[in-house]
Design a binder for this molecule. Structure first.
Ligand code: NAD
Length: 348
């Protein structure tokens, strides 16, 4: 009998490398596809048992219906965030699993790299010195020691970043919709409201998930409350931030530096080589003109350790599904409301 097949959307060379390396441990095959998943491409998963997808694939109600027609019963996200999945439409039609934690260190360390680069302007120094310009004008930074960081979202990644920034001697203020006072007592982190973070923090970093409540959490009103010259880091999701409001805040000087690993409209650009093309997105193009903005193309997760962990957990998730057992990494409309997971049963 032939093996079940997984349709693997938006394949990159590194996906192929890390997933192929361990595929021999599993009783299924992978059909690597270079296209994104959408309603138009769902047919390419015909007769596959599962579709494996990433952050910029579209898993809306139309796509889910089309996947069902192709006989797909599982969407396996090879990432933590699932804001691109219509969980309500999937419920009852399709199981959805994800990789809830792979390497929070990878993302937190990238956020820290953005902080250090923006503060000490090593991105500019690198180019300047190579051009034979050994001056220091414009490269002045400040000691992180003794400064205040505001961490929005103290889950796995936020906590790793807290540890790193505490290592620099920073004072940490945190905001979370579900503050963990035990964690606060153990670490000396203070939970405060958002206005306090905006008022006091020199560096603000976003680590909450994208939900209807957090979409454009950082907007004109938030920027109005921030300190002049604040540094903003976003490795969460692009839509946590109103990018047009960020541009206004950069132009006025309210924001002194921004490190963005994610962008609201990244789906059309990130992970693609468009170096011979014109950037048609005027907002992205404007952002790229600021010397105090660093954009990385959703690479915070991208370490060897994280890729190994993502590949292993994704294939384990698919194996759990094929065996018909409980799906520990299932994310569904009901489980978000925290029901059946406790009973270790599938939701439907
Ligand atoms: P997590 O679930 O461990 O932590 C999220 C935290 O946010 C939790 O403490 C939760 O209580 C809090 N939260 C939820 N709603 C909130 C709200 N409305 N306001 C404030 N806080 C709220 O998640 P994590 O593993 O730390 O990941 C955080 C996010 O980072 C993910 O949702 C994902 O979008 C993003 N991410 C990005 C990359 C990347 O490569 N750039 C990689 C992995 C994850």
């Amino acid at each position: 009998m032939s093996k079940p097949v997984i349709a693997f959307y938006d394949t990159r060379s590194y996906d192929r490398e890390f997933f192929s390396a361990i595929l021999k441990d599993y009783p299924f095959d992978i059909r690597f596809l270079s296209v994104h998943l959408s309603a138009d491409t769902a047919g390419m998963a015909k007769d596959c048992v599962a579709a494996c997808v990433f952050v910029n694939d579209t898993v809306d109600s139309e796509t889910i219906a089309a996947l069902r027609e192709s006989k797909v019963g599982l969407v396996a996200m090879r990432c933590a965030g699932y804001n691109n999945v219509d969980l309500k439409a999937a419920y009852g039609a399709m199981h959805v699993v994800r990789v809830p934690a792979y390497s929070p260190y990878a993302v937190a360390e990238h956020a820290a790299a953005l902080v250090l680069t923006l503060n000490r302007k090593t991105h500019r120094a690198y180019n300047r010195v190579r051009d034979g310009n050994f001056t220091l004008d414009g490269l002045l930074g400040y000691d992180l020691h003794g400064r205040t960081a505001g961490i929005i979202g103290t889950g796995r990644i936020g906590r790793c970043l807290v540890n790193i920034l505490k290592g620099f001697g920073m004072k940490i203020l945190a905001y979370d919709a579900f503050p963990d006072q035990t964690y606060a007592a153990e670490t000396g982190v203070s939970y405060v409201d958002l206005p306090t973070i905006y008022r006091e923090a020199q560096i603000i970093s976003l680590h909450c998930p994208l939900t209807p409540q957090t979409r454009h959490l950082v907007n004109d009103q938030a920027f109005e409350q921030m300190r002049d010259g604040v540094m903003l880091i976003n490795t969460g999701r692009g839509e946590l931030l109103d990018t047009r409001a960020l541009i206004r805040a950069l132009k006025s000087g309210r924001v002194g530096a921004a490190g963005l690993d994610v962008y609201e409209e990244e789906g059309e650009y990130f992970f693609e080589d468009l170096s011979s093309k014109v950037v048609a997105d005027d907002v992205l193009a404007r952002l790229l003109t600021f010397p105090n903005v660093i954009i990385t193309a959703h690479q915070a997760f991208f370490t060897r350790d994280a890729m190994e962990s993502i590949a292993r957990t994704t294939l384990d998730n698919i194996q759990d599904y094929l065996r018909g057992g409980f799906l520990p990494n299932e994310i569904c409309y009901r489980c978000e409301k925290n029901c059946v997971k406790k009973n270790k049963q599938r939701c439907f």
